[in-house]
Design a protein around this ligand. Structure first.
Ligand code: EPU
Length: 441
């Protein structure tokens, strides 16, 4: 069994470089489906598992792709006849597989995709994706765990979203690029990743206006072609490093980040007494031994990102008094707190609000990562803790962070990732032990 092992108490110091944005790259990979001619070349693509899962799915759909890990460059060619079925294996591994729905529908007039199952951060329905595609003229059927959407041709229309869903905005944008006439997405998601998608689509020949604002207008075109695009730095990875410096009372320079993309985090860190200095070589984050409590609410961009909520709660738990965290994007994203309880955290959860009682003296313990960001929060707590922390299921960190523990080690953390034999694992050939005289059931 693989585990991350941390000996806490070491302030982080030095420089760390941020990779390209995972959540920007995934829709850009899907957008490549729309290029009937030429190749789509993406630069600054991080070698994380989610990008590889999307790559395999695109290969299954008959795109030809080539990734140079050293150059961080991904080249995609969709100028072949495409398959339009995304099996359960892919969607089950990664919900972002759903992003192939919009572009496949636009390109082939048909898509059959497995319905995603449960998710560790809460119910994640896809009603907004489907309603949007239906409004564009798709006929949607659900059967045997699959969603099937088909259309003769898509026609632009007005699509008001009940909630500014990132994925629904992206799927509708991609489907609308080749719809007849104008599509207007209202209450659209404003995340920087949406601007990235709009930029790439426009380079491919689409007419997308207003990406990054509440209203996006798309004038349909006949076809899209290849293009080259360089992806923005990952604001969630950057935020994770900033929080890692703060929780260890460290001094870390986060390189290659866009400060405006982390404005809500920077404001909260400063409110809590952390010093942030914008330097030529990056954002310098200086911790403090006297952290001030703060109340935080997650919100769609430009609000505080839900993907930094678990990591932020670690800092709040270290603060000198009571802080609150309100989770307004996902309904069940406090699972990490139950693990942190094993490390001495004191808190109460009431609906979508966690009341966090600091200051916590985290103590090392054995804990389990339930998802990518929960895993990051456990690592941060381990760095701040007294003693040894062991984190199970470290593979989930590979989904969105490249060389996470190696980068931490370069900053001075005492951290390793080991394959440890599981003494308590029960293998299928092991019979239950029986006491003498006991009957088999
Ligand atoms: N929602 C609906 N109906 C829908 C779609 C979404 O009710 O049809 C709800 C969801 O249940 C959730 C909320 O809307 O409560 C937000 O979901 P959204 O669609 O915005 O999220 P997503 O597109 O599935 C992306 C990121 C997530 C990030 C969220 C929120 C990607 C690939 N994923 O997911 O990233 O948490 O936006 O910012 O872009 C991560 O990187 O760890 C991660 C989970």
């Amino acid at each position: 069994m693989e585990k991350i092992i941390i000996k806490g108490g070491q302030p982080l110091r030095g420089k760390v470089a941020v990779e390209g944005s995972k959540n920007a790259v995934l829709p850009l990979q899907a957008a490549a489906i729309l290029a009937v001619q030429g190749t789509v070349t993406l630069n600054n693509v991080p070698p994380v598992t989610d990008v590889k899962v999307m790559d395999r799915l695109l290969g299954f759909l008959n795109l030809k792709t080539a990734y140079g890990e050293k150059q961080r460059q991904l080249v995609l060619n969709a100028s072949f006849p495409l398959s339009s079925e995304a099996p359960y294996d892919y969607v089950n591994q990664m919900r972002a597989s759903l992003l192939v729905m919009g572009p496949l529908l636009a390109r082939t007039g048909h898509v059959r995709i497995a319905l995603p199952g449960g998710c560790s951060i809460g119910a994640r329905p896809i009603d907004l994706h489907l309603a949007g595609l239906e409004k564009l003229g798709a006929e949607i059927k659900q059967d045997a765990g699959f969603i099937e959407a088909s259309c003769e041709h898509l026609v632009g229309t007005r699509i008001p979203l009940d909630f500014p869903s990132v994925g629904a905005t992206e799927n509708i944008m991609m489907a609308a690029t080749m719809a007849a006439g104008i599509t207007t997405i209202e209450n659209a998601s404003c995340e920087p990743e949406i601007i990235e998608l709009g930029n790439l689509l426009n380079k491919m020949g689409a007419h997308v206006h207003g990406a990054g604002s509440k209203v996006i207008r798309i004038q349909g075109v006949y076809y899209l072609h290849g293009a080259e695009y360089t992806v923005i730095p990952d604001r969630i990875e950057a935020g994770t490093w900033m929080l890692a410096s703060a929780v260890t009372n460290g001094d870390v320079i986060v390189q290659g980040t866009v400060p405006e993309h982390n404005a809500s985090l920077i404001a909260k860190l400063e409110e809590m007494g952390v010093t942030i200095i914008k330097q030529a070589d990056g954002l310098r984050v200086l911790g403090t031994s006297v952290l001030i409590p703060a109340n935080v609410k997650t919100m769609p961009y430009p609000g505080f990102p839900t993907d930094l909520q678990p990591q932020m709660t670690v800092l709040q738990l270290l603060a000198n008094g009571t802080s609150t965290m309100e989770e307004h994007v996902f309904e069940k994203r406090f699972i990490h707190l139950e693990e942190l309880r094993r490390m001495n955290a004191k808190f109460q959860i009431s609906g979508s609000v966690a009341i966090l009682d600091g200051p916590t003296r985290f103590s090392g313990a054995e804990v389990t990562a339930s998802d990518l960001r929960a895993g990051a929060s456990l690592v941060l707590a381990g760095l701040a803790a007294d003693g040894i922390t062991q984190i199970r299921n470290p593979q989930c960190l590979d989904r969105g962070y490249y060389h996470f523990y190696q980068k931490l080690r370069a900053l001075g953390a005492k951290i390793d990732r080991l394959n440890i034999e599981d003494k308590f694992k029960i293998t299928p050939d092991q019979q239950p032990r029986q006491n003498k005289g006991q009957e088999k059931e």
